[in-house]
Design a protein around this ligand. Structure first.
Ligand SMILES: Nc1nc2c(c(=O)[nH]1)N[C@H]1C(S)=C(S)[C@@H](COP(=O)(O)O)O[C@H]1N2
Ligand SMILES: [Mo]
Length: 414
């Protein structure tokens, strides 16, 4: 009460108090009564309004992020990246989910929406959004990653810039197998075409085995309707498979006995391999991990540091994540946050007592199939010397400089 009364008496404006905060320890403040008051550095309570002394803001129709927090996506004309270094846990807030649009984001009226399933089926059908919601629903947490998720080249790069095209949500919808049974998929069917209703009319061929395994037709994300950026009102979700096969704004599925050889699987989304060959239909996302704390542009102090990051694999579960704090000489297992979900981002933690010497830190994941995240050198060898492109997932080394600044080592050839 005393402090509150004092503030009212002097009539100090919030602005003058805030201005004082940035000045010397002694300040002269003009009050509304014309008195000049000399104050030592004002107590913390004076710098912000004391929240216990007045009624706070009322509840609103939608919540909002604290005005003190400002995680943002990094955008280009055709994509945006999740700020991995600013996040906690494993669920990506929906408004920070990465985006990749080949021809912009369409505006689709859910009332007019239809999904057509036809081809090698007994009863071709059109499903409205309401029709889709009448089928038994399923929810699943999994990551979605663009296969072109790799950037490098300089020290001053954030985790977001390096590999921010991976995000995780809880998705809700209907199993694609349910719909395929509904239309009577024929035994001879081998592939489906999934087609988007955007200006790119994006199409991919999907093997029936995946469609009947864990493919979902999703209409919700993190408890609410799918976001327009993620394919509103309906997208295909293929857990663990490269982002581009997860067709957004899905409008048509055609069942066939052969792949359709669309532009996205002939001129695009193939990888060079040794000997001048190309790899096609590389659907699974390989295991990958990255330390997100500490990472550029953080500066750390000597002593205990909880190294943290995320690891994931499109082939099942993460088995282990190993950490090096001596530039790759020795590796020790990190702790994995339970539950470790299938085809999902997992958070790992590792306690490190930094002695202040310059060093490099890195994480390396092994998945349950035994696959180990490759070092850059191994990947370049396998790809005939070509860096980047699709499915490029090298171990990422951060250099911790003597002054504590953490930067990327862009050419870690360990
Ligand atoms: N219809 C349609 N589907 C699409 C795309 C698109 O441009 N059009 N982009 C694909 C690519 S390349 C990726 S990586 C993912 C990205 O999904 P997101 O924007 O929800 O993160 O959607 C895929 N599905
Ligand atoms: Mo992508």
């Amino acid at each position: 009460m005393k402090d509150h009364a004092k503030k009212e008496d002097t009539g100090l404006s919030r602005r003058s108090l805030l201005a004082m905060a940035g000045l010397a320890t002694v300040a002269f403040v003009q009050t509304s009564l014309g008195k000049t008051v000399q104050m030592l550095q004002p107590p913390a309570m004076f710098l912000s309004d004391d929240p216990t002394k007045s009624i706070g803001a009322p509840p609103g129709l939608v919540g909002n992020r604290s005005a003190y927090e400002n995680p943002v996506k990094k955008t280009s004309d055709t994509s945006s990246r999740t700020p991995l270094q600013d996040l906690y846990g494993t669920i990506t807030p929906s408004d920070l989910h990465f985006e990749r649009h080949h021809a912009g984001m369409p505006d689709i009226n859910p009332e007019a929406y239809e999904l057509i399933i036809h081809g090698m089926v007994d009863k071709p059908k059109k499903f409205s959004l309401q029709d889709l919601k009448r089928f038994p629903s399923v929810s699943r947490i999994c990551f979605l990653e663009c296969s072109g998720n790799y950037r490098t080249g300089k020290e001053t790069m954030t985790a977001q810039e390096i590999c921010g095209m991976t995000s995780q949500s809880e998705w809700t919808g209907v199993m694609l197998s349910t719909l395929l049974r509904e239309v009577g998929i024929r035994d001879t069917a081998q592939w489906l075409l999934a087609e988007g209703g955007d200006a790119a009319v994006m199409t991919r061929s999907i093997p029936v085995t995946k469609a009947l395994d864990d493919a979902m037709i999703v209409y919700a994300q993190n408890g609410e309707a799918l976001r327009p950026q993620q394919g509103y009102p309906v997208r295909l979700l293929l857990p663990g498979w490269e982002g581009n096969t997860n067709i957004k704004w899905l409008r048509r599925i055609e069942v066939s006995d052969a792949p359709f050889m669309t532009r996205e699987e002939t001129s695009k989304y193939t990888e060079t391999i040794k000997g001048g060959f190309y790899r096609q239909f590389s659907f699974d996302m390989d295991a990958r991990s990255i330390i997100t704390f500490p990472s550029y542009p953080r500066q750390v102090e000597k002593g205990w540091i909880e190294i943290q990051g995320i690891a994931w694999t499109g082939r099942g579960k993460v088995l282990r994540v190993d950490i090096t704090t001596d530039a790759g000489k020795t590796w020790l297992p990190a702790q994995l946050q339970e539950p470790v979900l299938d085809k999902a981002h997992v958070r790992f933690r590792f306690l490190w007592n930094w002695n202040g010497d310059e060093t490099e830190i890195a994480s390396r994941v092994t998945d349950e199939t035994g696959y180990q995240q490759p070092f850059l050198k191994q990947l370049l060898e396998a790809r005939g010397g070509v860096s980047g492109g699709y499915h490029f997932n090298p171990v990422t080394f951060w250099r911790v400089k003597k002054d504590g600044l953490v930067v990327l080592n862009p050419d870690a050839m360990k």
